[in-house]
Ligand binder design. Structure first.
Ligand SMILES: Nc1ncnc2c1ncn2[C@@H]1O[C@H](COP(=O)(O)OP(=O)(O)OP(=O)(O)O)[C@@H](O)[C@H]1O
Ligand SMILES: [K+]
Ligand SMILES: [Mg+2]
Length: 686
């Protein structure tokens, strides 16, 4: 069963946990490999520069020159790269630790592979192929991902979701998907294997949390291009300096130029960019959401419209038959009998509950299917009907309008009792789903399916509204039921009697208006829409098809989780925006800190700009390069935690952050560099 929306577990873990830090230190040295670092252009440039300066240092040493200053610059250049690597390694570390834990839970289990004659053979789970059918009994581990094709069981999925409450898995409906590595607690099920070894859900989850398949998002690529552009501009600016200096009759060392260049290029954001993205994914994982791509997380930050299906998403999803209501002149027994016949092979939870109600209330027996000469018509989301053709009779049950159409198209002069619509409407207005039952040309009565709106969902929709997100419920159910559930749950709008194509069309229409659309769903009929949406959040309790179509999976199967998903997406975008602002403002400020100090000797007019009064040109350069390295470390917590976000207008946040981080980016280096200058001259480093 889906967890209550309010029960988000936040697994808190300290940012700088000892073991993670130790591993990150090791990794930050491993990441010095140029092949790894080349993916980060700005830091790659710093590494090249550091290597060249190291070579010069060795040459000067061999020549017996005085190298005290160069040694310190070289030291801090390498640390700039290592600090950047450390930020990324630390961000990755938490996912890696979680992946290790998941690997340990990966089932080494055996499977009970069903044979043609109904017996089973025990085989290693690793040998299972797609399409195999296995039996899973009490206390067995489910050997691989699959679809329940027979039976109902309660399953402990805590290995995957961390949630200890068991969930129901059953054939036919929207809760038929089972995951390898989880355990059956009661009853037994037959499972058709749907995933090949190596591409199971657990495999994908491991890849995902350890970031093995992380691709740069389009936004990150664009930002990287900007950073490379700035680097090239500052490269040209730096190489022209010697000519200015020699014009004034002076000389400037390569070490000084190198240091100047590195302080001016956008190293701060270059160092933290990838860590910010990884941390965003990691924050989602903490909320039990698996995002298949960074792009999906970014899109979530800008979502305008959220579409949700009703059953199982807004409601608890176990629609149970609670009552048979007969038409005038039809006996209870007659209706119950038809309802049961039409549901005998209906493997949906609704169908099964009808068989059960007929048995409990009217003493009707489940019949031997094999003895009936009958053709079963399975439920489909298009027809919204299911039923049976038996002994020249056509028995159908389904959505009221579908049954009405079916009856009148087969028997043009069919009599539809006046009471029919009244009963249907009464059930619908109460938020129930009415299923009409017909036999040949006559409507026999209506089955009342009850469903319950999930607790706390109203407040959550209100929070989405405050974030500027419009919620629309789309359901295959009739307009009255839809309206009742919409009112009870507090969605902004609804679309009823929607086929899978309607869901798809609605998303395309919204997207055509320039809106970013998120969709939450669990059913196979939601799969096309989940794939089309910019953010497709599939419920973990949903079908295999739904879980493959979406670009996010919510392990808690809570549709209102979108609040956290959007908040984390916004937080990611804002963190990147503010740190970029900070970084670039920073570099501009450094320009004013260093240039006057460097050139005051040659161009005394520049003295008026020398507001920082740094001790010597050398101490100015060294202070700047030390500040440049340390600011990376100082900003790691912000990059990993993200800037604060509470559901409020995004625009006001943006302005506030620009002011704080823009102004901060200008002021902080002045203070920082001055402070470092005082310290290093006091302790006599320069
Ligand atoms: N087993 C069944 N047999 C016959 N008719 C059914 C059955 N299950 C559902 N229906 C009818 O078909 C309609 C569409 O059902 P479906 O579960 O596909 O809706 P949906 O599009 O998934 O929307 P939601 O999940 O939001 O309710 C239901 O409202 C109901 O009237
Ligand atoms: K810099
Ligand atoms: Mg559904």
């Amino acid at each position: 069963m889906a967890s209550e929306p309010s029960s988000h577990r936040i697994k808190t873990s300290s940012l700088f946990r000892g073991d993670l830090v130790r591993q990150a230190i090791v990794d930050s040295l491993v990441k010095l490999s140029p092949r790894t670092l080349v993916k980060n252009p700005v830091m790659f440039v710093v590494e090249i520069v550091a290597a060249l300066t190291t070579i010069l240092l060795v040459r000067d040493l061999a020549a017996g020159a005085h190298v005290g200053f160069t040694v310190q610059i070289v030291f801090w250049l390498w640390f700039t790269v290592i600090f950047a690597n450390f930020a990324e390694a630390l961000a990755e570390g938490r996912g890696k630790a979680q992946a290790d834990a998941l690997r340990r839970t990966r089932s080494e289990a055996v499977a009970k592979l069903l044979q043609k004659n109904g017996s089973y053979e025990i085989v290693p789970a690793a040998e299972l192929k797609v399409g195999d059918v296995v039996l899973v009994e009490v206390n067995d581990l489910i050997p691989s991902d699959g679809e329940v094709i027979d039976g109902v069981a309660s399953v402990d999925e805590s290995a995957i979701t961390g949630e200890s409450a068991p969930v129901i898995r059953e054939s036919g409906g929207d809760r038929s998907a089972v995951t390898g590595g989880t355990r059956v607690l009661s009853d037994q099920i037959k499972v058709r294997i749907t995933a090949a070894q190596g591409s199971t859900f657990l495999d994908r989850m491991i890849h995902l949390v350890e970031g093995a398949e992380r691709q740069k998002t389009p936004n990150e690529i664009a930002l990287n291009i900007l950073l490379v552009g700035l680097t090239i501009i500052f490269l040209f600016a730096t190489v022209t300096i010697p000519s200015f200096v020699s014009y004034a009759g002076g000389a400037v060392s390569v070490t000084v130029l190198v240091a100047l260049f590195v302080t001016l290029i956008p190293t701060t954001i270059g160092a933290l960019l990838s860590a910010i993205g990884i941390a965003g994914m990691d924050r989602l994982v903490k909320f039990n959401v698996l995002a298949m791509s960074g792009r999906a997380v970014e899109a979530a930050g800008d979502v305008d419209t959220l579409l949700l299906d009703k059953t199982g998403t807004i409601t608890l999803g176990n629609r149970v038959a609670s009552e048979f209501v007969t038409m005038p002149g039809v006996s209870d027994h007659e209706l119950a009998d038809a309802a049961q016949l039409s549901s005998l092979s209906d493997e949906t939870p609704e169908g099964r509950s009808i068989v059960v109600l007929a048995k409990e209330k009217y003493g009707l027996r489940g019949r031997e299917l094999a003895n009936l000469h009958a053709k079963f018509i399975p439920f489909s989301a298009q027809t919204r009907m299911s039923g049976i053709d038996i002994d020249d009779h056509q028995i159908r049950k389904g959505a009221a309008d579908s049954i009405l159409k079916f009856v009148t198209s087969n028997v043009p002069n069919a009599i539809v009792p006046r009471e029919f619509q009244q009963i249907v409407d009464k059930i619908a207005r109460a938020g129930g789903t009415p299923l009409a039952v017909s036999k040949d040309g006559a409507i026999l009565g209506v089955i009342h399916l009850k469903d319950i709106v999930k607790g706390g969902i109203r407040e959550r929709f209100a929070a989405l509204r405050r974030m500027g997100i419009r919620t629309i419920m789309i359901t295959g159910d009739n307009p009255l039921t839809a309206a009742a559930i919409a009112a009870e749950s507090g969605v902004d709008d609804f679309l009823a009697q929607a086929t899978p194509e309607d869901k798809l069309r609605l998303i395309r229409e919204e997207q055509a208006k320039g809106k970013l659309v998120a969709m939450c769903g669990d059913g196979t009929n939601d799969a096309p829409a989940l794939a089309q949406a910019d953010v497709g959040v599939a419920m973990q309790t949903g079908t295999q098809a739904a879980r493959e179509a979406g670009n996010m999976i919510d392990l808690d199967s809570d549709p209102t989780k979108l609040i956290e998903i959007v908040a984390i997406g916004k937080q990611l975008l804002m963190t990147r925006g503010t740190l970029t602002t900070f970084s670039i403002a920073n570099d501009v400020a450094k320009y004013f800190a260093i240039i006057p100090a460097m050139f005051a000797v040659f161009y005394p007019q520049l003295g008026v700009l020398n507001i920082m009064h740094l001790a010597t040109p050398q101490s100015a350069i060294l202070s700047a390069i030390i500040f440049n390295a340390l600011i990376i470390i100082a900003l790691i917590p912000l990059a990993l935690r993200g800037v604060q976000y509470t559901p409020r207008s995004a625009a006001s946040f943006l302005i506030r952050n620009l002011v704080i981080y823009g102004a901060g980016g200008v002021i902080v280096p002045f203070v920082g560099i001055k402070l470092i200058d005082v310290i290093i001259t006091t302790i006599g480093l320069v």
